[in-house]
Structures are given as structure tokens and as C-alpha cells.
Design a binder for this molecule. Structure first.
Ligand code: HEM
Length: 527
């Protein structure tokens, strides 16, 4: 922006007044009343007091006082951009989802990247999982693919999410740390949660210090379903592959970057898009059927597991391009409301107990965070296709039903508003369901070490060293020796050499006994 020449006059106190002339708009109150003086409140006499009669002053201060909304309970720090998705080919054989029907047809998207644990003002290069949330504004409604940059998760059941997040965020008595995983509560919880071991290996890897958002992968994490026009279902895992490749920082560099520029990731995304260097990801699908799901040694509904790409290769089916920065950070990036419950016809959930819990949580949290039931009226959240319903009123209602009908069925014919459509409407996949109600976890969810080991041995030697160094660094910040010992006991079930090196780095001797696995660890995953 260049500095424009606007006429200045000085007030009696020497204060600067800039006067609207020509095309310059006149400053008004929120209710449109023109403002004569924005530098001085209305006072009685030369030295006050300030008069309550000054509506402009009161409105300005009142509005400022209410600028903050609750930050997201997780993923508070994030950065968003607009763009588009286009499929390379029609996927009509596997899904009826409108956005996948026609090769090359663009669907608008809004994407928000985030860290998980840090508060809104925390540094970008914390060692943390990154959120990768995509809102597709399709012709049949908004589809939110609310993913992360790590393909697995810490827990198998949403009932543990509040515990995980409480343990990961700042400790309740001292209010720190804000953005690091390195503290007793976090490692206490992880070491008492064997199902977190695969994710523990992933978060100690370079993946959790991405070079920038442009260089990281994204994953839908859960197994979802695609359903075609004939009603046939295929299981799917969603992947985003960055065109620039996968790159990370080393810890030493990340610490310095955080000090020099805590906004490093958001600045990188803004600068790249503004320079016309649009970041791009390809959408990949891993597709499998019931018979694969039945033979796989883990439950495909367990979000702590991946489907190895050697077994089910990732098929590249389209691309996502981010080509426009936001006009306003708050209006778009802060107010965007992603919800896993938003799936469109042709895409459906599975019974993954983590996903089922998320489907409750996101709507609930938006109600609180965005202040009422009408957050879909905020432009970034509104569908860009025609929509019609009878929801009305509530705080901040921008759209209410027009005319007499605000219910259905009704007798008012075409003037009576929208009606159901069994043909076009979302149909839940009619999965066969039987069984007794129970809380007990399925046996197939019980091996927590095999994939952790598989991940570790798939890493190059320098990457393995980074994992070891990260464990030593993080656990060395843990003050309680028992917690360090418990983590090493788990690592003994993952990889003995890794466990020994970590123990050595921590000065832990003798080695603890390996943690008791609930179920024998599979030595070799199917090749
Ligand atoms: C926010 C991903 C598990 C509750 C987010 C965001 C992402 C995300 C990317 C940020 C959205 C944004 O940018 O605005 C994931 C993934 C999960 C997971 C990939 C597991 C696979 C859960 C679970 C729960 C949960 C199990 C609760 C039961 C929330 C809440 C928010 C959130 C409450 C804040 C939403 C907001 O205020 O806008 N999650 N999450 N998440 N997640 Fe999750």
C-alpha cells in the first residue's frame, strides 16, 4: 500500500484530524450516523467529566470490549486460504458425490491449517500435529474433510478426547506450557495410553515440524465410505499429497525460527499466494472393500492405524489449489466452522468410534464459539449452492423463511417452500447392524505396537536419529522419573535399539521391563 495524501488539520490539543473530502467516505457509527470528531469524547466543560450522552464514544468502546470470541478449544492457532478442487477423472463408478462426477470441473474450497495444542498466539513451529481442514462448497452442499497432517490419531474412542487435550495443553495450576508437548502431564497420559504409541512415534518424527504448510501431507484419518449411484459402498482413506513434496525443519532450526518469527508458517502461505506461487496438493484415495477389511489384522475402524500403501496403493484423483488469501482474517479464518457431520450424498461415515464422537462435538462447539445457532449465515460457512429450509430466528438471524410457510408438510403448494427429495437427498448407507450394547472395546483394536514399529523402521537413518533425539529431548523435560521409565517400557515393545538409545540419552539404567501388551505384537505386517 502506498501512503495517500489526505488533508490533515490539527485540533486545539494538537491532535490529528483527517477530513473526508471528494470520494473519501465519511466515518459513521455502526448505525450510519456521520461522525464529526473521532479524536475527542464529549465532555462537560473544558476538563470533563465525559458525558454518557456521547453515543458514538459509547458504541465504539462497547464494540471494542466485545471483539474477542472464545478461541477454538483445540486447533486455536490457524491460517486459512481460498482455492479450488478439481478431479482428474470422473469417479462416478465409486461415488455419486457431485464434485467427483466431471473431470476438470472446479469446486470452490476454503482450507484452514492449524496447530492443535497451542493457544491462538502460540508460535507456528511448535512440535505439534497440524490440522488440514477443507471445506468444499459443492453443488449439493458443503463437505468438510477435517483432517490432520498425520494419518493416525492418539486415541481410538472420542470419550478420551477431553482427557487427551487436557493433558496436552497447559497444565491447569501453572498455565504453561502453551505450545510444547514436553511436559509431565502430556507424557503421563501418553504413557498410560498404549493405544497412543503409534501416534507417539509419528509426533516425535520430523512430520510434526513441517517446513511450512505448503510442504505437508494431509489425511482424513478415519476410514470413510464412498457410495455410488447404485448404492454400492467402498471404504476409503483420504490423502493430500503436496506438489512441493514433504519437507520438515530440524528442531534446532525450528526453535530459532520461532524466536525470530513466530508467524513463520502463516507468513509463508500469505507470501506464496500473493506472489502467485499457488500451493497445490493432489487428492489420493486408498480404496478397499469388506473382504480386505475382514482380512486386515487391524480393525479398519481404528483411527490409530493406517492401511499400508504397499497393500492398498494411493490413487491420485484430483488436485487442490490455494489461489486467494482472505479479505479478512477474523471473518473467514476465525469464523469458519468445520464439522465432520457435513458429508454430501455419495460420501458417508463408518462406525469408527472416534469419528462418531466428532460428529457430535463440532456442531456443539460451534454453537458456543460462534455465539448461537445461525453461524451458517456467516458467508464463509454458507453453502454456495441453492438451499432452503424452515429454520428461523435465534441470535443474529440474517435469513428467515420468506412468506407464510415455516413448516412442512403444508397446503400452500408451490408457495409453501421446499419439500423432501428421496431421489436427490442424502441417503445413509443401509449398513447391517446387530449386536448387544456394550462399552468393551473390540479385540481387533488391541495391538498398539506393530504399526509403531513398522513406522519407525520405515524411516531413514537420519530420520530415526531425529525420532530418538526428540524422545530424549521431550522426556528429559519430564520431571517425574516413573513417567520416563513407562515410556521407555513402551518403546521396548516398539524397537529395542530405539528404547536403549532413549534410555541411554535419559541416563536411565537399568532398563525397565517391556510394557505388558494387551495382545501379542504382530512381528511382520503383511507385505
Ligand atoms: C478442531 C481435526 C479429533 C473436537 C479441529 C480442527 C481440525 C481437527 C483440523 C480445526 C478445524 C479448523 O481449522 O477450524 C481432528 C482430527 C481428529 C480430531 C483429524 C481425529 C482423527 C477430534 C475429536 C474431537 C474433536 C475426537 C471431540 C470428540 C474438535 C473441536 C474442535 C476441533 C471441538 C474445535 C472446532 C472449532 O472450534 O472450530 N479438529 N480432530 N476433534 N476438533 Fe478435532
Amino acid at each position: 500500500a502506498s501512503i495517500a495524501d489526505i488533508k490533515i488539520s490539527r485540533g486545539t490539543g494538537g491532535e490529528t484530524h483527517q477530513i473526508a473530502e471528494g470520494d473519501t467516505p465519511v466515518l459513521t457509527t455502526a448505525h450510519g450516523i456521520p461522525v464529526a470528531d473521532d479524536q475527542n469524547s464529549l465532555k462537560a466543560g473544558e476538563r470533563g467529566p465525559t458525558l454518557i450522552e456521547d453515543g458514538h464514544f459509547r458504541e465504539k468502546i462497547f464494540h471494542f470490549d466485545h471483539e474477542r470470541i472464545p478461541e477454538r478449544v483445540v486447533h486455536a492457532r490457524g491460517y486459512g486460504a481460498h482455492g479450488f478442487f478439481e478431479p482428474y477423472r470422473s469417479l462416478s463408478d465409486i461415488t455419486a458425490a457431485d464434485l467427483f462426477q466431471r473431470a476438470g470441473e472446479k469446486t470452490e474450497v476454503f482450507v484452514r491449517f492449524s496447530t492443535v495444542a497451542g493457544n491462538k498466539g502460540s508460535p507456528d513451529l511448535a512440535r505439534d500435529v497440524r490440522g488440514f481442514a477443507v471445506k468444499f462448497y459443492t453443488k449439493e452442499g458443503n463437505w468438510d474433510l477435517v483432517g490432520n497432517n498425520i494419518p493416525v490419531f492418539f486415541i481410538q474412542d472420542a470419550i478420551k478426547f477431553p482427557d487427551l487435550i487436557h493433558a496436552a495443553k497447559q497444565e491447569p495450576d501453572r498455565g504453561f506450557p502453551q505450545a510444547q508437548t514436553a511436559h509431565d502431564n502430556f507424557w503421563d497420559f501418553i504413557s498410560l495410553t498404549p493405544e497412543a504409541m503409534n501416534m507417539a512415534l509419528w509426533i516425535m518424527s520430523d512430520r510434526t515440524i513441517p517446513r511450512s504448510f505448503r510442504f505437508m501431507e494431509g489425511f482424513g484419518v478415519h476410514t470413510f465410505r464412498l457410495v455410488n449411484a447404485d448404492g454400492a459402498s467402498t471404504f476409503v482413506k483420504f490423502h493430500w499429497k503436496p506438489k512441493l513434496g514433504l519437507q520438515s525443519k530440524v528442531w534446532n532450526e525450528a526453535v530459532k525460527t520461532n524466536g525470530a518469527d513466530p508467524d513463520f508458517h502463516r507468513r509463508d502461505l500469505w507470501d506464496a499466494i500473493q506472489a502467485g506461487d499457488f500451493p497445490e496438493w493432489e487428492l489420493g484415495l486408498q480404496l478397499f472393500d469388506d473382504s480386505f477389511a475382514d482380512e486386515f489384522p487391524f480393525d479398519v475402524l481404528d483411527a490409530t492405524k493406517i492401511i499400508p500403501e504397499e497393500l492398498v496403493p494411493v490413487q491420485i484423483v484430483g488436485r487442490l489449489v490455494l489461489d486467494r488469501v482472505v479479505d479478512n482474517f477474523f471473518a473467514e479464518t476465525e469464523q469458519v466452522a468445520f464439522m465432520t457431520q457435513n458429508v454430501v450424498p455419495g460420501i458417508d461415515f463408518t462406525n469408527d468410534p472416534l469419528l462418531q464422537g466428532r460428529n457430535f462435538s463440532y456442531l456443539d462447539t460451534q454453537l458456543k464459539r460462534l455465539g448461537g445457532p445461525n453461524f451458517s449465515h456467516i458467508p464463509v460457512n454458507a453453502p454456495r449452492c441453492p438451499f432452503a429450509h424452515f429454520q428461523q430466528d435465534g441470535h443474529m438471524a440474517m435469513r428467515n423463511p420468506v412468506g407464510r410457510a415455516n413448516y412442512e408438510p403444508n397446503s400452500w403448494g408451490p408457495a409453501g417452500g421446499p419439500r423432501e427429495s428421496p431421489q436427490k437427498g442424502f441417503q445413509t448407507f443401509p449398513e447391517d447392524m446387530t449386536g448387544v450394547k456394550r462399552r468393551v472395546r473390540a479385540e481387533l483394536f488391541a495391538d498398539h505396537y506393530s504399526q509403531a514399529r513398522q513406522f519407525y523402521i520405515s524411516q531413514t537413518e537420519p530420520e530415526q536419529t531425529h525420532i530418538k533425539d526428540a524422545f530424549v529431548f521431550e522426556l528429559s523435560k519430564v520431571e517425574t522419573p516413573e513417567i520416563r521409565g513407562r515410556m521407555v517400557a513402551h518403546l521396548l515393545n516398539v524397537d529395542k535399539a530405539l528404547a536403549e538409545k532413549v534410555a541411554d540419552g535419559l541416563g536411565l539404567s537399568p532398563l525397565p521391563k517391556p510394557a505388558d501388551p494387551a495382545r501379542p505384537v504382530i512381528t511382520d505386517l503383511p507385505a
